[in-house]
Structure formats: structure tokens, C-alpha cells
Write a protein that binds this ligand. Structure first.
Ligand SMILES: *Cc1c(COP(=O)(O)O)cnc(C)c1O
Length: 404
């Protein structure tokens, strides 16, 4: 279904060598690679129409503004966001979460409860701890089962009339497990709690429809969906965004400013203080175009093929244990081999040109849960191949032989 040779030709970095070997890039959960179309957009902006947006009457400013807003519209359609003003540009997924958490005292009061899951990235834990400390609320945790799935019985037991906010990732970056977010959202709404879903791992790998999910807030990272770093998105329901106070003050986010009082601009500008990452925003639109052209359904089914093949091949390695080996998951495989330290294996396979992530993956509570220091994580994208998986498995076998 995918013309994998054509696709790979669009990603110039895939042609390079690392340590004398062709690069095998399996660290897509940390950041995706960028197609030439996205790289060209960044150059094009600075070469042809670099100007500040939303303020100038001059032609360049108009052109840059039109392209930036066209990109917002592309992102709106991509995630089925009702109105473009509900599609807020941020500097990244972490910024998106903090923009909500920092103003969430309008939703979370003293003695209320905020529920997070045990498989969150630090960026979806710490801002909520800070909120709880600020308002005197309690942080509650949905436990994770041995197989990497959330303990949904425990979740339903945690919900009560004090629950004000539930935050969970769509796909865990540490395990790759896809969480039952629709069930989580519906149950939270039963007790009138708001829900934020961290979509950093889903946004470039599956079709996300924020209206079908009925989620209150959804966050995305541009750099994990073939876009540049320094740009992300925040979606919110209109009422929730109107209630949420602005995250930062400054230019662009105001209506009227006097020394007595300031009134804020409407959406999305209320949350976009200062000059944004204009080039990044425009290039993210090019990334969305690219993903649409390949097709999110094609991407999801091909990546699932890679997941199944990779899982099967890795299991042939003696003593290899996969964390989160369930059916409901993205193309992320987190594993250890016997008692060998993941860092040692990562170092050896890097010498062979293979980029995998080792460590706690910014999710220390997940590692504590399994009583391990870290894992080796291989995460695939639609430009990867089964041949690359074979190369990784051979390299791992070599590393294991050297280390055991
Ligand atoms: C990458 C990631 C984040 C952090 O995103 P940034 O791009 O570093 O801001 C948060 N949550 C998950 C699940 C992630 O994968």
C-alpha cells in the first residue's frame, strides 16, 4: 500500500551513515524525522516572506499571516477540531499541557482530586503536581497492570464527586500501549470532571478525532508528527478555553491595555502571547499535508505490521522481555535482555548505526512499577522497514553475546 522507496527518498537524513553504517532510526517516539517538503518550507519562509504576523499592513506580513493561518486550518481539519480558533499554537506538547494546568485552578478547587495515570510522561505529571500544591488538591494515580494496561477497575473506583480533572496519555511513550481514552473520558464526564489527553505519541501515528473522543483538552507535539521542533498544538472545547485564563501575558493576546486594566483577546490569540514560531507553524502545515498524502490509515496499518514483525523477531532473542506486550499498542517496543543494562546494549548498537532510546523515557514511575532502571525502546515510523528491524535484531544478538 505504501510506496516505501518513494517515502524514504523524501527523508534526506535516512541516507546518512552513522559510525560507518547506514542509519537505522528507531527513536521515533523521541522525535520523528522530517521530509524534504517540511525542511523546504522552513527555508522558504526565511527566504521569501519572513515578517511578523497579525500586525503589519505590508505585503510580506500579509503573506506570512495568511500562510500561518492556513496552517492552523490544516491542523484543525487534521484533528477534526470544530473551529480554527480552538486550535492553539504552542511551543510544544509540554507547553500545551502547562498552558492548561497553569490556569486549571478555575476547574480544580481546594480538596478536589486530580487523577493522572501511572504511565504518564513527566510533562503530564509535574504540571498537575504543581497545580495540586497551589490549590490544595489531591493527586490520585490510576495504577498500571503487569501487562502495561491501565487498571480500569481501579480507575472507576477512583472517580467520585471530588474528581475535577483527569489527565492521561493516548499512547504511552514508555510502553507504547494505547490507553482506552474514550472510556476514560466518558466516565470522567459522568462525575463532571474535565479531561486532558496527551496526544504526543498518537498525533503522527493514528487518525485522531477530538470531537469523536469528546475530550475537553488534547495536546500535540509538532516534532513527533514530521514537523519541526518548537511548535505544538493545544485543542480545547470552546467553553473550556474561554473559562481558562491566559498562560502568558504580552503582545498579541490582548484586546485593550491600560495601566488600570487589560482585557484579553479572543481565541486563539488569548493563548498566543508574543511572536510565535512562525516558520514552525507554517512548516507544521506542510507536515500535515505530507501525512495526509501518505494517509493516516495507511500509516497506522503499516506501522502495525512493523510492530508485529518487530515483536516476533525480538522474541527470538534469549532472555528478552517486552514491557507492555498487548494487542492495543502503537509501534513502540520497550524491552530488556536478561540482566544486561540497557545503556550497554544501546551503546553497542549505536556503534552499528542503530538509534534506539535507552533509559527511563521521562517516565520514571513506569520504571519503578516494573522495578527496573530503564528499558531499550525501539519505536518505528512509516518510513522504517522490516529489513531495518532485521539489522537491529542481528545487532542486538551481537551485543548480547558480547555482554553476557
Ligand atoms: C514527547 C512526549 C511528551 C513531551 O513532549 P515535548 O515535545 O517534549 O514537549 C509528553 N508526553 C508524551 C507521551 C510524549 O511522548
Amino acid at each position: 500500500m505504501l510506496d516505501i522507496h518513494k517515502i524514504r527518498a523524501d527523508f534526506p537524513i535516512l541516507n546518512r551513515e552513522v559510525n560507518g553504517h547506514p542509519l537505522v532510526y528507531f527513536d521515533n517516539a523521541a522525535t520523528s524525522q522530517k521530509p524534504q517538503q517540511v525542511i523546504d518550507k522552513i527555508t522558504e519562509y526565511y527566504t521569501l516572506y519572513n515578517a511578523n504576523i497579525h500586525r503589519g499592513v505590508h505585503a510580506l506580513s500579509q503573506e506570512a499571516t495568511d500562510l500561518f493561518e492556513a496552517s492552523r486550518e490544516k491542523c484543525r481539519a487534521f484533528f477534526n477540531i470544530p473551529e480554527a480558533r480552538q486550535c492553539i499554537f504552542t511551543s510544544g506538547n509540554t507547553h500545551s499541557i502547562n498552558a492548561v494546568a497553569s490556569g486549571a485552578h478555575v476547574f480544580v478547587k481546594k480538596d478536589d482530586e486530580v487523577i493522572v495515570s501511572a504511565v504518564e510522561h513527566h510533562s503530564n505529571i509535574v504540571p498537575w503536581q504543581m497545580l495540586c500544591e497551589r490549590v490544595g488538591a489531591q493527586l490520585k494515580v490510576i495504577p498500571v497492570l503487569d501487562n502495561g494496561k491501565l487498571d480500569m477497575d481501579a480507575y472507576h473506583d477512583l472517580l467520585n464527586d471530588k474528581t475535577a480533572f483527569v489527565v492521561v496519555n493516548h499512547i504511552s511513550n514508555a510502553l507504547g500501549v494505547t490507553n482506552p481514552v474514550k472510556e476514560i473520558i466518558d466516565a470522567a464526564h459522568e462525575v463532571n470532571a474535565k479531561v486532558l489527553v496527551d496526544g504526543a505519541q498518537s498525533c503522527g501515528h493514528m487518525k485522531v478525532d477530538v470531537q469523536a473522543l469528546d475530550v475537553d483538552f488534547y495536546t500535540m507535539a509538532g516534532h513527533k508528527m514530521c514537523g519541526p521542533t518548537g511548535i505544538g498544538l493545544l485543542y480545547g472545547k470552546e467553553d473550556a478555553l474561554n473559562e481558562l485564563p491566559p498562560y502568558q501575558g504580552g503582545g498579541e493576546m490582548i484586546d485593550q491595555v491600560t495601566f488600570e486594566a487589560t482585557t484579553y483577546a479572543g481565541l486563539p490569540h488569548k493563548f498566543e502571547a508574543g511572536t510565535p514560531n512562525i516558520a514552525g507553524g507554517i512548516a507544521l502545515g506542510a507536515a500535515v499535508d505530507y501525512l495526509n498524502e501518505v494517509g493516516m490509515e495507511n500509516i497506522a496499518s503499516y506501522e502495525n505490521e512493523l510492530l508485529e514483525y518487530g515483536t516476533e523477531q525480538l522474541k527470538k532473542i534469549d532472555g528478552l522481555q517486552i514491557y507492555g506486550d498487548v494487542k492495543e499498542k502503537a509501534a513502540v517496543i520497550s524491552f530488556n535482555v536478561a540482566q544486561i543494562h540497557p545503556y550497554d546494549i544501546g551503546t553497542i548498537v549505536d556503534k552499528l548505526g542503530i538509534a534506539v532510546r535507552t533509559g527511563h523515557h521521562c517516565a520514571q514511575p513506569v520504571m519503578d512499577r516494573y522495578q527496573i532502571a530503564g528499558t531499550i525502546r525501539a519505536s518505528f515510523a512509516f518510513y522504517n522497514t522490516k529489513e531495518e528491524i532485521d539489522i537491529m535484531v542481528q545487532a542486538l544478538q551481537r551485543a548480547v553475546m558480547m555482554l553476557s
